[in-house]
Design a protein around this ligand. Structure first.
Ligand code: SAM
Length: 268
């Protein structure tokens, strides 16, 4: 979720650093796997009918004046500090943008990922991207606000999307409970509670159930200094073989075929 707010000095310097070391278009990408990711996922412009359909829904949400009482159990939003929020404001300022959602869609589609976990449902538009990328797969989407869960479930029902299980409650409790019921997962999108300690805790819970193909995506990795620190710690973890920093999000892969640990920056 991109959050617009005045950046502090540490964020500006991390952005400038990112700008200079990014390899736009995949130049400097070494392993065949990273090269494929570049070509097939990050810099692929193939059109999917679903994109048009889901972006029409985004435009509708951005005009929706319904108000919702939202209890945020995480770090909250700088732009949306009140608990009473208009759907239009959340759709403009509090959810993943088109580029982020479409990369997640392409990842699921390209690798035929079956089991996806989303931490932070919000309005559920990104959840629809995850679910519709593989209609034979299943998405578990966790959210602390009951009103958001109700809103997102209704959105999914309206467009006949039934491969989502919405789970209401605090990630701290619901994530370990969910992980106890599944063997493994393919993709996890961590997009809520942007505190260093919580982000690392969710990473360690998720690590217990990764497989060779899994990818974990962290949103807002440079949202604050403590999130940049959390991202550095995640990248350095011995099980992470490849990390990709797009500035707004960080992607980690665990494939043992990747003998040499690699950290890449992509400019999207
Ligand atoms: C940035 S929004 C999610 C956006 C959504 N993933 C998307 O891409 O559009 C983060 C959501 O996480 C929820 N959240 C934050 N911390 C939480 C926690 N500890 N437990 C449950 N939900 C939490 C908030 O209520 C909020 O709706």
């Amino acid at each position: 979720m991109p959050l617009v707010r005045l950046p502090d000095f540490k964020q500006i310097s991390s952005f400038i650093r990112h700008f200079f070391i990014s390899s736009a278009g995949g130049h400097g990408v070494h392993s065949p796997f990273a090269y494929r990711l570049c070509e097939e996922v990050f810099y692929n412009n193939n059109f999917f009918y679903e994109f048009e359909h889901l972006e029409t829904r985004r435009a509708e949400l951005q005009k929706n004046n319904t108000t919702l009482n939202v209890e945020d159990l995480g770090a909250g939003s700088k732009l949306l500090p009140n608990t009473t929020r208009k759907v239009s404001s959340i759709a403009k300022n509090g959810i993943s943008n088109k580029v982020q959602s479409q990369i997640l869609f392409r990842l699921i589609n390209y690798f035929d990922y079956k089991t996806t976990i989303e931490l932070g449902t919000s309005l559920g538009l990104n959840t629809l991207y995850l679910a519709r990328a593989n209609k034979n797969g299943k998405v578990f989407s966790l959210e602390g606000s009951k009103n958001l869960i109700a809103f997102a479930s209704e959105q999914a029902r309206k467009i006949n999307t039934h491969n989502i299980e919405f789970i209401a409650g605090n990630f701290d409790q619901r994530l370990p409970e969910l992980l106890n019921t599944i063997q493994t997962f393919d993709l996890a999108y961590v997009d809520g509670n942007h505190h260093r300690e919580a982000t690392l805790r969710y990473f360690h819970y998720l690590l217990e159930k990764v497989n060779e193909q899994s990818c974990i995506v962290f949103d807002d990795i440079h949202w604050s200094h403590e999130m940049s620190i959390a991202w550095e710690e995640i990248k350095q973890h011995p099980s992470v073989r490849l990390s990709i920093d797009t500035y707004s999000s960080g992607y980690v892969f665990f494939r043992s075929e990747l003998k040499e640990k690699q950290h890449l920056h992509f400019w999207l």
